[in-house]
Design a protein around this ligand. Structure first.
Ligand code: MN
Length: 288
């Protein structure tokens, strides 16, 4: 069944880095499993051959989206201006890489490091987030691009943990190409249910991650995907829906550690991905 939502898969299902051979493998596998979009994490983009990856994506007729979080020494939510500047530089570099790949969507924890903070966000830190992301959004608009604020759980950021937090931040940034990115794994920890946040975000929803409560096979955990997909249908969401799953079978040194990927939830990424594509397609087809 075809759906208007591009169905994506995170590259960590396939490979742990973005070196040329790894990107080629991820593209081939993503296509073979029937997906429309490949999401590349830019945590390790120093080995990425942007022009070659773009050509391979175009040949495979795959869309691309990019994601990242920042780091504690390059963090736009810091109140230390040198740390903020390093974070801002990473974001602008990531926007350029995303554009170079032919992508229009840069998303993730663009507003902080990915990791456990030991104190709440400060007022100065929040002002820094707003200032930097406003400038990034303005640059993105000039390139026809959109930013996503991925809502992450309390152990991975102290900036936005709920849909309401993210909407308030986007309001303060004040640029309409800043969209909200919901992720079922994080929603399970922070939100009241899987419906209300979707309705609260409504037409400002720009990107979706679907992951189980343990980030393994979809349907093997306890998340209420039926309610979530019905809510997406109710708001008329037509944007990307990307499967995100992590296992110690595929490791990207920085990102896997930031996300606390300590155990082996699967070995066979191809089987996992085929299953996820079928699961998402069935959910999208069930609500009408
Ligand atoms: Mn996610």
């Amino acid at each position: 069944m075809t759906t208007p939502n591009p169905i994506g898969v995170h590259a960590l299902v396939w490979v742990g880095d973005t070196a040329p051979d790894s990107v080629d493998h991820a593209i081939a596998q993503t296509k073979a499993a029937g997906f429309d979009l490949l999401e590349l994490s830019l945590h390790d983009s120093t080995n990425l051959d942007v022009a070659a990856a773009r050509a391979a994506l175009e040949t495979a007729r795959l869309q691309v989206a990019c994601s990242r979080g920042l780091a504690f020494d390059a963090d736009v939510s810091s109140s230390d201006s040198a740390v903020v500047e390093r974070g801002e530089k990473l974001l602008h570099e990531s926007l350029a890489v995303t554009h170079g790949l032919g992508g229009t969507h840069l998303t993730g924890a663009l507003y902080s490091a990915l990791g456990k903070y030991s104190a709440p966000l400060t007022a100065q830190g929040r002002r820094n987030v707003v200032m930097v992301l406003r400038g990034l959004a303005q640059e993105a608009r000039g390139r026809g691009m959109t930013l996503g604020l991925e809502i992450c759980n309390r152990y991975e950021t102290n900036v936005v943990n709920t849909a309401r937090d993210a909407l308030a931040l986007a309001d303060d940034i004040g640029e309409d190409n800043v969209t909200i990115h919901l992720d079922t794994y994080h929603m399970n920890i922070e939100e009241d249910d899987f419906v209300r946040p979707v309705h609260e975000v409504g037409e400002r929803l720009g990107y979706v991650h679907v992951g189980e409560n343990h980030r393994g096979y979809l349907g093997s955990g306890h998340l209420d995907f039926t309610s979530f997909f019905r809510a997406l249908h109710d708001i008329g969401y037509l944007g990307p829906i990307t499967f995100e799953s992590f296992s110690s079978a595929v490791v990207m040194a920085g990102l896997s550690n930031d996300l606390a990927v300590w155990r082996n939830l699967w070995d066979d990424g191809a089987d996992l991905a085929r299953h996820a594509h079928a699961f998402i397609t069935a959910q999208l087809g069930a609500h009408r």
